[in-house]
Design a protein around this ligand. Structure first.
Ligand code: SF4
Length: 291
């Protein structure tokens, strides 16, 4: 099988930085290292960190020792303050691109602007951003959300950094139509932009697309949704164990991309398994099952 690997598959700058920061501490022999929430959304990397003794805190303790690392997606300012009050050393691994969005919201809030975030309400990054916007913030993720927006003064529009660019454009226009005059900041990061553009291009060159990444990774899911919207058969996989041979062997040329938190070693294994598959015509009457 021919396999075309996307150039921008795998770790983005922010994720690499967060993982290297954490592993760097382990290598220096530091003990009592914990991350507040999962550092990134990838089960293989989280397992590796756990094996290295890095714990995941699900709640902020009253007191703590050692180091607590803040995840790449960032957290609300209140939570950061509470972490600092535990007495532990706080290592902030928030991605600089996310810090930039937090700073925009903070600055405009002080000037009396409300914030509209185009993103997934439940996503860790958006929860962090909402912490900066506080009671001036609203999240929209579809047209119905735009219809229920309530704004009565100056406002800004920002985006979750991993938002689908086409969705951002569409919702931004709908918001401006309802409430003209909002200041727009397209805060989708470069890495997301390149990855999504590549998926759109790749879908024209291949018969199917394999998207590698954690099931809880929103940016990975988004890559699959973009390919699907273009009519490209999509297989979402976390590891090579998820590759279903009968379903894949019907294709002669497939593309592989991966979310921003997928490590290279996982992508390489997938490419290797696919490259060793031979194209077979499906038996008549049998449909391939998409993962
Ligand atoms: S996807 Fe973009 S914003 Fe998010 S961690 Fe990676 S580089 Fe930073």
């Amino acid at each position: 099988m021919d396999v075309v690997l996307a150039k921008n598959a795998g770790f983005c700058m922010g994720v690499r930085r967060a993982v290297e920061t954490t592993l760097g501490m382990v290598q220096k022999g530091e003990t009592a290292i914990a991350t507040f929430g999962p550092l990134i959304h990838n089960p293989q990397v989280l397992k590796l960190l756990e094996e290295q003794g890095v714990q995941i805190l699900t709640e902020i303790p009253a007191q703590a020792t050692g180091t607590i690392i803040i995840r790449a997606h960032g957290i609300p300012p209140e939570e950061k303050k509470n972490l600092e009050a535990t007495g532990a050393i706080i290592e902030d691994a928030t991605c600089p691109r996310v810090l930039k969005v937090q700073a925009i919201i903070d600055r405009y809030k002080k000037e009396g602007f409300a914030t509209v975030i185009i993103g997934d309400r439940e996503h860790a990054e958006v929860e962090g951003l909402m912490g900066y916007a506080a009671d001036t913030g609203q999240v929209v993720n579809n047209e119905a959300d735009v219809a229920s927006l309530r704004l009565d003064g100056p406002y800004i529009i920002v985006s979750q950094t991993t938002q689908d660019e086409y969705l951002f454009e569409r919702l931004k226009e709908a918001i401006l139509q309802r409430y003209p005059g909002g200041e727009v900041f397209n805060t989708i990061c470069d890495s997301t932009h390149k990855r999504q553009e590549e998926v759109r291009q790749l879908c024209q060159e291949v018969e199917a697309l394999i998207v590698v990444g954690g099931r809880t990774s929103a940016n990975t899911k988004r890559l699959g949704e973009i390919a699907e919207s273009l009519g490209c058969p999509v297989f979402m996989v976390e590891s090579e164990m998820d590759l279903v041979r009968p379903a894949l062997e019907r294709y002669g040329r497939v593309g592989v991309t991966a979310g921003a938190s997928t490590p290279n070693w996982v992508i390489s294994r997938i490419v290797e398994v696919l490259a060793n598959m031979t194209e077979k015509m499906p038996e008549e009457g049998k449909n391939a099952e998409l993962v």
